[in-house]
Design a protein around this ligand. Structure first.
Ligand code: HEM
Length: 181
């Protein structure tokens, strides 16, 4: 997993708990990398899960909530860091439909070692978008946070319903995204 994800997770935690508390929590995790991350490095996703678990215990917040919050944070960082991906995207569904065949394709070109999920999308007759997510990493709640932040970015009200479909070794979910009535 890209170092930028770790760097941003720690940056987000520092805004909530402060730098010293975060240092202490990371130290207690006893991570193979030593817990010092650079944006351009590559680290095992298992370390991210260890850190999120440790934050969850320290902050008494459920792991799913932290992942969701982190997904929202990460999306906003991508908006700032990679504005080119947002040019010409006039609504949330168009943006979400472009992740698999456009955004993550470019990410893979820039960073061949990136570990990315797979998405399929479908529009329904009632004006919803369904996103089918599948990954080797347990980041369904993180993904929902990203989708939520994407919807917020386009200043629309949507209901996002997540059905987890995890099977052995694969983490999958269907996100049903409906315009709010
Ligand atoms: C709403 C839009 C997006 C969604 C739902 C989404 C979803 C995800 C998810 C769920 C992951 C975690 C990996 C996994 O689940 O296996 C991920 C990783 C990533 N995404 Fe996206 N993404 C979105 C937009 C973007 C944008 C705009 C960028 C801009 C560069 C981007 C770049 C990346 C990168 C760099 C990673 C990390 C890959 C790694 O750690 O190796 N994504 N994305």
């Amino acid at each position: 997993m890209k170092g930028i994800v770790f760097v941003e997770l720690i940056a987000m935690a520092e805004t909530v708990a402060g730098e010293d508390a975060v240092d202490e929590i990371i130290e207690r995790c006893d991570l193979e990398s030593g817990g010092a991350y650079t944006s351009v490095g590559i680290y095992p996703c298992s370390e991210l899960m260890t850190i999120v678990q440790a934050f969850s215990e320290a902050l008494k917040a459920p792991v799913a909530d932290l992942q969701h919050q982190f997904g929202e944070w990460m999306f906003r960082r991508f908006v700032d860091g990679y504005p080119a991906f947002f040019v010409g995207k006039t609504d949330a569904f168009t943006m979400l439909e472009s992740i698999e065949n456009e955004v993550h394709v470019e990410v893979r070109k820039l960073y061949p070692e990136a570990e990315l999920p797979t998405f399929d999308t479908k529009r329904t007759e009632d004006g919803s978008l369904i996103m089918y997510y599948s990954s080797e990493r347990p980041l369904v709640d993180f993904c929902q946070g990203m989708i939520q932040a994407c919807v917020d970015h386009f200043k629309v009200e949507m209901q996002i319903e997540c059905t987890k479909k995890t099977t052995d070794g694969a983490f999958a979910a269907d996100f049903h995204i409906r315009p709010a009535a």
